[in-house]
Design a protein around this ligand. Structure first.
Ligand SMILES: [Zn+2]
Length: 342
């Protein structure tokens, strides 16, 4: 699945390929030259989008990403750029052509909102949902999945340039959360754009196909904090997805002050801690979650306290979330809440 074949491996070629082969023979430059990719989505990795899954590098029924980590699943054939919430998706995030090319296929009539695994039957054979397939020079292809219904801005035959909007991130096809699934192929074989040319056993080998200017921003993150915030009541996943935390911040009269965090990529053995302190710096709530028992694609945690009899102190409340692994702090996030008199 991860093998790369040279484009000249066939037995007959059109004239242009024969000429190409002669050039190849003279210059010694392989025609299977790497493609250089720009961002396929208009977001800032680590801030407004997060890589939830990489390409599965493991040919067996197990799964591992290109760093031999856990951010993938069996048979996953692309990179998932996840938006932090449904609110962000509703706001609209463009899907972008990641290199110059020509659109060879699109699909755009599928509804958004197949937002559960239970909907698998409904999306059989159309798991990609609304999508765009682009061919590039030297037999490279890129594919963009789960676009919003009615958002496509290109049609087959169109020439596109790198960075050109193709549509918007949606919820079509087999998707449980708002994200762009981005697949790269060369000669029809799946390529991991983070590890071109590496063997399936490699951890961190191969070549990045991303534009060098993007590589620092796309560096591997074992774990990421997707959302943080405060609420005035116990928190649900829907509350986070809808972005209601921003609209319903606790105030001086709130029945409770609750801090929450949603995380991706937790590992077996991780120790999470969430601590909330009041304007005087005293801890008012603390959650030392039990050690994570098995790797988790996603998790969320909240802790808080009911309003004291004499009301809330005004000022700055602070939340701190840490993850320790094998005695080391591997993730730390701080956020604040201003409680005012009105
Ligand atoms: Zn995917």
């Amino acid at each position: 699945m991860m093998t790369t074949t040279r484009p000249l491996a066939g037995s007959s070629f059109p004239l242009s390929s024969v000429i190409g082969m002669l050039v190849f023979a003279v210059t010694g430059i392989a025609l299977a030259e790497p493609i250089q990719l720009g961002m396929p989505i208009a977001c800032e990795p680590g801030r407004t989008c997060y890589i939830q899954n990489y390409t599965d590098r493991d040919p067996s029924p197990a799964a591992r990403d290109y760093q031999c980590g856990t951010l993938t699943y069996e048979g996953h054939n692309g990179t998932d750029f996840r938006l932090p919430s449904l609110q962000a998706q509703r706001h609209g995030v463009d899907v972008l052509a990641s290199a110059n090319g020509r659109v060879i296929r699109t699909r755009e009539n599928l509804p958004d909102g197949a937002f559960h695994k239970a909907a698998r039957e409904a999306v059989r054979d159309v798991e990609c949902g609304n999508g765009v397939l682009i061919e590039h020079a030297h037999r490279w292809e890129t594919q963009y999945c789960h676009l919003a219904t009615g958002s496509l801005q290109v049609k087959p035959g169109d020439s596109v340039t790198r960075g050109q909007p193709l549509g918007r991130v949606g919820l079509s096809g087999l998707t449980e959360y708002p994200h762009l699934h981005f697949t790269v192929r060369h000669n029809g074989s799946i390529i991991d754009p983070f590890a071109f040319g590496s063997s399936p056993e490699s951890c961190g080998g191969g070549e990045m196909l991303w534009d060098p200017a993007l590589q620092a921003r796309l560096r591997y993150q074992e774990r990421s904090v997707l959302n943080t915030g405060f609420a005035s009541a116990p928190v649900t996943m829907e509350f986070i997805e809808d972005g209601r935390a921003d609209a319903e911040l606790p105030s001086a009269t709130s029945a409770a002050i609750v801090a929450f965090v949603r995380i991706i990529g937790l590992k077996s053995g991780d120790l999470q801690r969430l601590v909330v302190s009041n304007p005087s710096g005293n801890v008012i709530a603390q959650d030392n979650a039990a050690p994570v028992e098995h790797n988790k694609a996603q998790a969320f945690l909240f802790t808080g306290r009911k309003r004291p009899a004499n009301g809330w102190d005004l000022g700055t409340y602070k939340a701190e979330y840490t993850v320790e692994h094998a005695g080391q702090v591997v993730l730390r996030e701080l956020w604040e809440l201003q409680v005012r008199s009105h």
